[in-house]
Design a binder for this molecule. Structure first.
Ligand SMILES: [Zn+2]
Ligand SMILES: [Zn+2]
Length: 469
């Protein structure tokens, strides 16, 4: 009988599940079972929270890398991760298995697009798509160094104790917060790195810090040069600068709630100096970050090819809108969020800005910007040139029904535009923008009218909603 791949996969899953029903037998069988059974067995053990089996599986994993990828186990999550890290053969003495551990990269990051193990096309490094390329402690750099030593003929391998253990990488996303379980997990990771005597590289690319005061001992165990995404909420600017100075490979930087009184002139200047060094920066998000009349300084140091710019609650002035409209970044942005800043009554800078970004812009958010009928009417031609636009959100602005209808007529020509979040027109409120004074009946009529208009122009694929829906 010939089996197709699907049937084989189902059979392997069934075999894995039946193995799990007896933990001891399963652990015992790990030395004998075929390689093909490891991935389904690992998936089932992870989802079922079988910690002992997980630890044992990692110990004899027959591939070079192991990614948890799309697996998610809710409340057992940290227990699972700890069991897996425990299974890593970081001490030479633990090398006892007959099969011999092959695992070099353990990836504990949740990633729905990542396979459990990378296909082994290459036999040499890099054998894993996720391996670290920056740190001196990475497998890549360690092996390069070893290779150089060998080529130069310095010493011999027997006299070098550090080569007794092959370098390994542990990939984790780290979120510094006040949750006890998270902190316990971090302490556990620190202990493991210490025990490894330098053979385990703890590689974090995504770091979230919620309040700098949160336990941050783990930062000492990280090479901050590996980080490409940094998110900081509630910190002093001087603390942010200290971090940035070491994070030269950042792709995405998000800062929120940096208190204004902490940006003394010297601090702000250093912030700009470090920002200028971030050549790979694609995304910048600043919120509750006072930039009034300062935006030109920021734009001067940002890469011209910036992809995403979020400036919510930044107190932008007419001058700031003007420099943004004249900046080199304006012709490249794909995502722009200017919500919670007052768009100037003199709408020309905003209009020019929209014309400049019209060739690239896909996502625009201008919620709560005090956009009036006259501003919206003035920028409408420029807005309807944004042919790549997919998402437009401009909720909480004082717009009347007639201008909203005119906007809809213009925007339905944008074929890529699928999602519009529009403001509830002013006539639906007794007192504008007071949620309690919203007349739901009037809003329902507005929704019905817009729906009919969309049907008439055959744009049922467009989704127009308000924030109150
Ligand atoms: Zn891999
Ligand atoms: Zn790294």
């Amino acid at each position: 009988m010939k089996m197709d791949r699907h049937t084989t996969a189902t059979l392997l899953e069934t075999a894995a599940k039946s193995l799990l029903s007896n933990e001891l037998a399963a652990i015992h069988a790990l030395g004998e079972i075929p390689r093909d059974l490891f991935v389904p067995l690992f998936n089932a053990a992870f989802l079922g929270g079988h910690k002992k089996i997980l630890k044992a599986i990692v110990g004899v994993w027959p591939f070079r890398c192991l990614h948890i990828g799309r697996l998610n186990a809710q409340e057992k999550y940290y227990d699972n991760l700890e069991a897996m890290v425990d299974g890593l053969q970081i001490l030479p003495a633990q090398k006892s298995s007959s099969r011999g551990p092959k695992l070099r990269i353990l990836d504990l990051r949740h990633d729905p697009d990542c396979e459990t193990t990378c296909s082994e096309i290459r036999t040499t490094f890099p054998f894993c798509f996720q391996s670290c390329i920056y740190s001196q402690d990475s497998i890549l750099k360690t092996e390069e160094a070893k290779h150089r030593v060998r080529c130069l003929g310095i010493g011999n391998s027997e006299s070098q104790p550090q080569s007794a253990q092959e370098p390994m990488e542990l990939l984790v996303d780290i979120s510094l917060n006040s949750v006890m379980r998270t902190q316990r997990f971090h302490s556990f990771l620190c202990r493991k790195v210490q025990q490894s005597c330098g053979s385990l590289h703890l590689c974090c690319r995504d770091l979230q810090i919620n309040k700098m005061s949160a336990l941050r001992r783990i930062l000492q165990f990280l090479d901050l040069g590996c980080i490409d995404h940094l998110e900081v909420n509630q910190a002093y600017l001087s603390e942010v600068i200290t971090l940035l100075a070491q994070m030269i490979h950042l792709n995405s930087l998000s800062l929120s709630n940096v208190p204004f009184k902490t940006y003394r002139r010297r601090n702000f200047r250093s912030f700009l100096i470090w920002l200028r060094r971030l050549d790979n920066l694609q995304e910048l998000s600043l919120s509750f970050f006072c930039l009034t009349d300062q935006l030109h300084k920021l734009l001067r140091v940002l890469p011209g090819q910036l992809d995403t710019l979020y400036l919510s609650f930044c107190g932008l002035s007419l001058r700031d809108f003007t420099v943004l409209s004249q900046s080199s970044q304006a012709t490249h942005l794909r995502v722009l969020n200017l919500s919670n800043n007052q768009i100037p009554e003199v709408s020309e800078p905003f209009q020019i800005l929209l014309e400049k970004v019209s060739g690239t812009l896909q996502h625009l958010e201008i919620n709560n910007c005090v956009i009036t009928d006259s501003i919206l009417s003035a920028v409408l031609p420029a807005l309807s040139h944004c042919s790549h636009l997919r998402v437009l959100s401009f909720a909480f602005n004082p717009i009347t029904m007639s201008v909203l209808q005119s906007l809809l007529q213009h925007l339905t020509t944008l074929t890529n535009l699928k999602h519009v979040i529009y403001p509830v027109p002013v006539h639906c409120y007794d007192e504008w923008n007071f949620q309690d004074s919203l007349d739901r009946q009037k809003l329902a009529e507005v929704q019905a009218q817009l729906k009919v208009m969309l049907q008439v122009v055959h744009r049922d694929d467009m989704n127009w909603t308000t924030c109150s829906e």
